[in-house]
Design a protein around this ligand. Sequence first.
Ligand code: FES
Length: 159
Amino acid sequence: MLIAKDMMTTTELYEIAKLVAHYPVARAACIDVLKLVQKNRRYISDDILAEVARILGMSISELDEVATFYNLIYRQPVGETVILLCDSVTCWMMGRNKIAKSIMDNLTIKDGETTADGKYTLLPIVCLGHCDHAPAMLMGQTLVGDLDSTKINKLLPKA
Ligand code: FES
């Protein structure tokens, strides 16, 4: 069976060219280009990574090293909303694991998984800089602190 190759659109190629023009060398734009492409596609597939690498004059492994170093670049499909639950020390001391359990119970997923309807993905992340309101999480673009199960039940009610 022939599987269609994941390819970038002309609009994406145009946006990348515009972005790259701001940098002295194309490869310097790699993180911004990955973020731009991810915004349209939610994650960076192998085909897209290879295409971006070719455009930026990088090897696939060089670009993959960058993509996998930054934990906000996703190399696997994620849900519409990514929930990044802090697992650093302050949040851990303030009950992060209890919060993780509430989220997993409500969404019927495990850590690192995506809900069956593709709406949410739960991932761990290092300190979000919101330690004075620990435990904290980033839900999509929204930083939420002082988490407890009541708050989780409001934000992510049981299906
Ligand atoms: S330790 Fe969780 S926000 Fe800093």
